[in-house]
Design a binder for this molecule. Structure first.
Ligand SMILES: Nc1ncnc2c1ncn2[C@@H]1O[C@H](COP(=O)(O)OP(=O)(O)O)[C@@H](O)[C@H]1O
Ligand SMILES: [Mg+2]
Length: 464
């Protein structure tokens, strides 16, 4: 009778112990027993195969760690305490493991037994899921940090002219210091590239590199972007609060691009961050500590901006600790051959540049500097029929790009108009080269045929 037997407590206990062992042993992915020196006494075949042994007998007498990397059986024997639930990473998948000391009649530890379970034990699957999701979170945090790391190093700053070498020398020196750096130079001269490279060569290289561009963000949003917002300061999506760039850059480098376009009120707040190393998120009254290295860049004449009262003198002096003047391309035209070669390679192009074509490039004024050079070369490779870039290809590429020199004097066209103008020119040229053959032009442009037709209609271009 069941009732009878359940009253025999000693017997129940023995049965329970027996079933416990059997259930666990049977459903385990592996079982191992070690002696008091943590040498393997017994191991089941399944477990031995998992660790690459042909036969379990090969494991007998070996220190457990030799067979099971990362095993903690020795700890269990030494301390006499079980490790009831743990994860053991193995080449195939993580296992849930349980390790128990084995005691003799007098209570002395004489060895240990370990069970490796895995997801056949359904009851453990929430735990495994959690483990897997934590692993995933870790991986995505790591990749986020990677995304915030520097994109360029000094090796990518091409140029052996005296002016280029001087820039690189100063930038390298700046990398070993923690003071603010001020990069001055026309648009497209490589200021952003240098900012990345300085960070990458600095002791903060393993921390984040975060950029904020004062010219690209509307003034009303800039402060929140910079300092973040406190929870509850806004309604809707922002209600939870959001980390600012300053916080994202904590411990790393903050790149302030186009600082000459920073509005005056924000200039004052930035100055305070630089001096006091603390700030308040928008809508909060809590001070946060800040440890960032600042690299600022601008294509504006900051002295003139100061004279007009548009840039704070105290901020200028605070930033102007390590100024680096990045020369315009026209001042270092001897770098042109090396630059074109590096850019063509970077574009994945196999084109070779004819000498005369190079000479033509050398005569251009390059108001857009290396960015413009890159655009011209990219365009020329798209226009060229042959594997060589000839004078005509370069002339075509130079001619069709909007001259950037006029940018400063004439009003800047709206973004949409500029894009449209560019698109219109590009499509017209493509059509012309294909003698009005739309399918062929679509193929060369890498567009679908109907997409190109729609664009032609939208832009009012006649295909013939
Ligand atoms: N010395 C250089 N060598 C190679 N590429 C360069 C160099 N300077 C700039 N570039 C390239 O030119 C483009 C514009 O550079 P960027 O750093 O954005 O200029 P800026 O910030 O001064 O406007 C980028 O594609 C960059 O990689
Ligand atoms: Mg720039």
């Amino acid at each position: 009778m069941h009732d009878e037997s359940l009253k025999d407590y000693q017997r129940v206990r023995r049965l329970a112990i027996k079933s416990l062992f059997e259930i666990i042993e049977q459903s385990s992915e592996g079982t191992v027993i070690v002696d008091r020196d943590a040498r393997i006494v017994w191991m089941n075949e399944r477990y031995a195969r998992r660790f690459g042994l042909a036969d379990a007998s090969a494991a007998i007498g070996q220190p457990c760690e030799q067979v099971i990397p990362g095993s903690l059986m020795r700890e269990v024997v030494n301390q006499g305490r079980p490790i009831l639930l743990d994860m053991l990473d193995t080449p195939k998948e993580p296992l849930v493991v349980m390790r128990l000391p084995i005691q003799d009649a007098s209570g002395e530890v004489i060895g240990a037994i370990g069970f490796a379970l895995f997801d056949e034990l359904r009851s453990l699957s929430p735990l495994l899921k959690r483990y897997a999701s934590m692993q995933q979170e870790l991986a995505s945090t790591r990749s986020l940090l990677k995304a915030r790391q520097a994109k360029y190093s000094f090796a990518q700053f091409i140029g052996t002219s005296a002016a280029s070498l001087e820039v690189k020398r100063r930038a390298r020196r700046a990398a070993s210091s923690d003071s603010p750096v001020l990069l001055l130079g026309e648009t497209g001269t490589g200021k952003e590239l240098l900012a990345h490279a300085i960070h990458a060569a600095s002791p903060r290289a393993h921390k984040a590199f975060v950029s904020i561009n004062s010219a690209a963000i509307p003034e009303t949003l800039l402060e929140a972007e910079f300092f973040g917002t406190a929870p509850g300061a806004f309604t809707g999506a922002e209600r939870k609060g959001r980390a600012g760039k300053l916080q994202l850059a904590e411990g790393g480098t903050l790149f302030l691009d186009e600082i000459g376009d920073m509005p005056l009120p924000l200039q004052s707040k930035l100055l305070r961050v630089l001096q006091e190393k603390e700030y308040e998120p928008v809508g909060s009254n809590q001070m946060l500590q800040s440890d960032v290295r600042v690299i600022a860049a601008t294509s504006r004449d900051l002295q003139a901006a100061m004279a007009r009262g548009e840039f704070r003198a105290d901020l200028y002096y605070r930033l102007n600790v390590l100024p680096i003047e990045v020369p315009a391309l026209r001042e270092r035209i001897e770098d042109l051959p090396a630059l074109t070669e590096a850019i063509l390679e970077d574009l994945g192009s196999r084109h070779e540049l004819e000498d005369e074509a190079l000479a033509l490039l050398g005569r251009h004024a390059w108001p857009g500097n290396i960015r413009e050079l890159r655009n011209v070369l990219e365009r020329a490779t798209l226009l060229a029929d042959r594997a060589r870039l000839e004078v005509e290809d370069i002339r075509g590429a130079l001619g069709t790009l909007m001259p950037r020199a006029v940018e400063e004097t004439t009003p800047v066209p709206g973004y949409r108009e500029a894009c449209e103008a560019f698109e219109r020119q590009l499509l017209r040229d493509a059509l012309q080269r294909c003698a009005g053959n739309v399918p062929e032009a679509a193929r060369q442009l890498g567009l679908g045929r109907s997409t190109l037709y729609k664009k032609l209609v939208a832009l009012g271009i006649q295909s013939q």
